[in-house]
Unconditional design. Structure first.
Length: 477
């Protein structure tokens, strides 16, 4: 067993601070390299942690002399710096990238705009927050809504999602012109591999030695950038990051893929080292469910339909293992991905009902450059099936476009998504529905609260699920 003490607060890393959002842009030279170098420079800034970054979107320049298309993205930071100090740091990073300020809207190697910092609202000659154009540019709002749809834009009372929906309704062409081109790497020097804790005893010893807050990232392994994004958010928000890797037999049905579920433990440890995870609890089945184990957690309500109906016993298995992981790890925050939206509803319900420790944090879905939601099961897809699976994100986007244009009726929104899925060869749709994200029941109409469009479809032999936010464009944004 590899063992190292639970991480104390790491020297040089700040206590968690407030969230700040930065828009990144580049249209000169190697655009990806400029954006990724900026993320490295920001992450290396004392008092700043990079919690998340959107995909890069390519879009045509607005005004100015003839020039190349931009690549734009939005990064979420956690910072203890003042807004002024952060803005000064952004200018320094721009200057280091060779940015020379000439005429307005001139091509630029790197453009960093502070969109918001905490709840700050200010207008001084040196700094305006939120950024004066934060809510009126598609190339800023689309990636911002990817990383933080539910963040409230300070001073406006409306979320990023609400602003994005409203602007998309007004400027559909600007959103249509955006093209997702790449996932950006948030590179940090690879740290030591996390300590591997093979059983409850090792976990308890690590936990007893630990100091500070613990961020839990529960997984079944076969880690990808979606898991990395959860761990990065945990790293930004907590003193220590504890991942779990356990392929939980209780949540697989008798005809499901338990035996062939991908197991990539060595690569998983490398990925966790890259994001600075401190420890990984990787128990055996006997450690978690010793002989005689006979207690299960049944959550009524959000388990009734959809995945719950298609996979009897699945959520009972998920709830049971997640309850045990909460009990054993006692996290301050536990991070789950929105892609498994019904699982999120189940975990939240159980967490509240059973007074489990810590807080449940839900992070947006990470999509590949072409829009496919990242999933450990994507590796089952042949290249041809993967191409066909893109009908799923396209279907979600078709419904989003209708919602942004003012459509509120569930039937019309579902029909817009179904039309795309039905037009795709060999994609067998299991369901498409508009649901309340907490209760996971169908909604007849969009209202003032965000709803989820949920989809399940089989591509070849692989069942994929995905979802996206829908919101009626109100007058509030
Ligand atoms: O989402 C998953 O990977 C699993 O369902 C979880 C939450 C780790 C429980 O096994």
């Amino acid at each position: 067993m590899t063992s190292r003490p639970a991480a104390p607060r790491r020297p040089g890393l700040p206590a968690p601070g407030q969230p700040a959002f930065v828009a990144l842009g580049s249209n000169v030279g190697d655009r990806r390299a400029h954006l990724e170098a900026a993320l490295v420079a920001l992450g290396a800034t004392p008092g700043v942690r990079v919690a998340a970054v959107s995909a890069a979107y390519q879009n045509p320049p607005v005004g100015g002399p003839p020039q190349d298309d931009y690549w734009n993205a939005v990064a979420e930071l956690v910072t203890t710096l003042s807004p002024e100090a952060l803005a000064a740091r952004l200018h320094a990073v721009e200057a280091a990238a060779g940015r020379v300020r000439t005429v307005p809207a001139a091509p630029r190697t790197l453009d960093l705009d502070l969109l918001s910092c905490g709840d700050e609202v200010c207008r001084t000659p040196a700094l305006e927050l939120p950024h004066p154009r934060a809510t009126c540019r598609a190339f800023g709002l689309a990636p911002w809504a990817d990383v933080a749809p539910d963040a409230v834009v300070p001073g406006t009372g409306a979320t990023v999602l609400a602003h994005a929906t409203r602007l998309r309704g007004r400027e559909p062409a600007a959103f249509a012109a955006l093209r997702r081109v790449a996932l950006l790497r948030v590179a940090a020097p690879r740290g030591a591999r996390p300590a591997v804790l093979p059983d409850a005893e090792a976990l308890a010893a690590w936990r007893a030695r630990g100091e500070g807050t613990v961020g839990l990232v529960p997984t079944m392994g076969a880690l990808h950038e979606g898991h990395a994004s959860l761990a990065r958010r945990a790293r930004a928000a907590c003193d220590a990051v504890l991942a779990t890797i356990f392929v939980n037999p209780l949540q697989f049905g008798p005809t499901e893929d338990l035996a062939r579920y991908p197991r990539t433990f060595d690569a998983d440890l490398d990925l966790l080292a890259d994001v600075g995870a401190d420890a990984v609890y990787a128990p055996t089945v006997d450690d978690l469910y010793p002989a005689g184990f006979s207690t299960h957690v049944d959550v009524d309500g959000p388990t009734a339909g959809f995945e719950g109906a298609a996979r009897p016993g699945h959520f009972r298995g998920v709830a049971t293992v997640v309850a045990k992981l909460f009990a054993r790890t006692r996290p301050d925050r536990a991070f789950f991905g929105r892609k498994d939206a019904q699982q999120v509803a189940v975990v939240r319900r159980m967490h509240a009902d059973l007074d489990l420790p810590g807080a449940v944090v839900v992070a947006p879905t990470v999509r590949d450059a072409d829009g496919l939601a990242l999933s450990s099961r994507n590796r089952y897809l042949t290249p041809d099936e993967r191409a066909r699976a893109l009908a799923i994100p396209r279907a979600l986007d078709a419904a989003r476009a209708r919602a942004a244009a003012g459509e509120r009726r569930r039937d019309a929104l579902v029909a817009a998504a179904r039309a795309v899925l039905d037009g795709a060869a060999d994609v067998a749709t299991a369901y498409v529905e508009v649901v309340d994200p907490a209760r996971f029941v169908p909604l007849a109409e969009l209202g003032a609260a965000p709803a989820l469009l949920v989809v399940a479809a089989k591509v070849g032999t692989t069942r994929l699920i995905d979802n996206e936010w829908l919101l009626a464009p109100g007058d509030d944004a």
